[in-house]
Design a protein around this ligand. Structure first.
Ligand SMILES: [Zn+2]
Length: 291
């Protein structure tokens, strides 16, 4: 599932393909829960417009348009936003993958999972939004229109500091892991980076948020920022379907200390990594390094 780093990497790579280019047309799949704005109103509202910037708000991408509209995209669980012509085996079906020669460079052709396609009035590549499981979202906001989805987001995970986290944890009996995942408290964090940050900070995921001392909150906030920045640097995590907008895989999955490493040895102390379920999400931790 794309988290803050994957969305940020997508923003950095897709921004230059999107910003400043005049939109000539939009192609979509049939109306569905994927489109919070009906697909047949996207074409007239987007045609002739261009994006002036592409921002990230938590796990949302927000393209500011020249007429004040905002195109909001969420990658959901398996969303992939990339430029036309991107090459990656991750974009292909299992059958197509199996038929590839080892040295073949696969090129992606838009398929039934390609729900949104933005074409431009120049000769450059279009922008494709593909989502196999279809938990992604497309929303077009009019000038000045507010969105409850964006308004309810808490502090961006890259801007959280120890003091802010300490305040947010006071009086909260919820597990610290769950609090880190609460987008209304900290926007952008997901399962992978919450587990990794708690490991680096030496805090067990099941601890009640309010039991964390000020210095522990400082360690968690620092660790969270560091794992997110490091992941952005390595191109994000390609654990399941995430693929960079140019088809490249991320590299962070190779640096994980605990996430999805149940039964393996802790890289710091050698103890066996455990997995527990907290609030219906799995959490991974080292019983020796984390207290
Ligand atoms: Zn350990």
């Amino acid at each position: 599932m794309p988290e803050l780093p994957e969305v940020e990497v997508t923003r950095e790579r897709i921004g230059p393909v999107l910003v400043g280019r005049r939109i000539a047309g939009v192609r979509t799949t049939e109306p569905s829960h994927f489109f919070l704005t009906p697909p047949d109103s996207l074409l007239p509202r987007l045609s002739g417009r261009h994006a002036t910037s592409l921002e990230r708000v938590g796990k949302y991408l927000v393209a500011m348009l020249d007429d004040g509209q905002r195109l909001v995209l969420h990658l959901g669980m398996t969303g992939q936003l990339f430029a036309e012509g991107a090459a990656s085996v991750r974009l292909l079906s299992a059958a197509a993958r199996a038929s590839l020669a080892p040295d073949e460079q696969p090129r992606f052709e838009p398929d039934v999972h390609t729900h949104l396609r933005i074409d431009f009035d120049d000769a450059g590549p279009g922008v494709l939004f593909r989502d196999v499981r279809k938990f992604g979202k497309v929303l077009l906001l009019g000038p000045g229109e507010r969105s409850e989805r964006l308004d309810r987001l808490g502090t961006d995970a890259l801007r959280i500091d120890g003091e802010r986290l300490f305040e947010a944890t006071r009086g909260r009996s919820v597990a610290i892991k769950s609090l880190l995942l609460d987008q209304s408290v900290i926007a952008g964090t997901g399962n992978i980076y919450a587990d990794e940050a708690l490991h680096l900070a030496g805090v067990r995921p099941r601890r009640a948020a309010r039991s964390l001392a000020r210095r522990e909150c400082a360690r968690v906030a620092d660790a969270l920022r560091n794992v997110l920045l490091r992941s952005i640097e390595t191109g994000g995590s390609s654990i399941s379907d995430y693929v960079g907008p140019d088809g490249r895989d991320g590299g962070y999955q190779d640096e994980r200390h605990v996430y999805a490493r149940e039964g393996e040895s802790c890289r710091r102390c050698g103890a066996t990594i455990r997995r527990v379920v907290i609030g219906q999400r799995s959490a991974h931790y080292c019983p020796r390094c984390q207290r």
